[in-house]
Design a protein around this ligand. Structure first.
Ligand SMILES: [Zn+2]
Ligand SMILES: [Zn+2]
Length: 121
């Protein structure tokens, strides 16, 4: 049996539902990052060591969310964990991601896999 680690002080463990959620299952969830506003996959377990199958599953879910969000526009998977280095997560970033947090209003949580809605509309 694998045990899921949990850190009460970790924002990713908290998994607060503020922004749009694309997907969730037993392994991971995918939502707009509260910082970058781009799709982000987060492992259900606090740590940096998902096994190969879990990693493949998570990146596949992230690519699906990236496709939903960006369509045919080019995006790439960024596994660099800048803000929270001790809990596995990855972003799907398009070319405009650096500016997105300044120019684009945040999405809001309306349920998992629902149409994406913008906060304030
Ligand atoms: Zn982010
Ligand atoms: Zn965590």
């Amino acid at each position: 049996m694998e045990s899921s680690a949990f850190d009460p002080d970790c924002d990713l463990c908290e998994a607060a539902r503020y922004t749009h959620w694309y997907h969730e299952d037993d392994v991971c969830w995918v939502a707009d990052c509260e910082v970058c506003s781009t799709p982000m996959v987060v492992w259900r377990s606090h740590g940096t060591g998902p096994n190969e199958a879990q990693l493949e599953h998570m990146l596949s879910q992230l690519r699906t969310a990236g496709g939903v969000r960006f369509g045919d526009e080019h995006f790439f998977i960024d596994e660099n964990m800048r803000q929270i280095p001790d809990h596995f997560h990855a972003h799907a970033r398009d070319h405009g991601w650096r500016d997105r947090r300044w120019v684009e209003p945040m999405s809001k949580y309306t349920g998992v896999g629902t149409p994406r809605e913008i906060l304030g509309l």
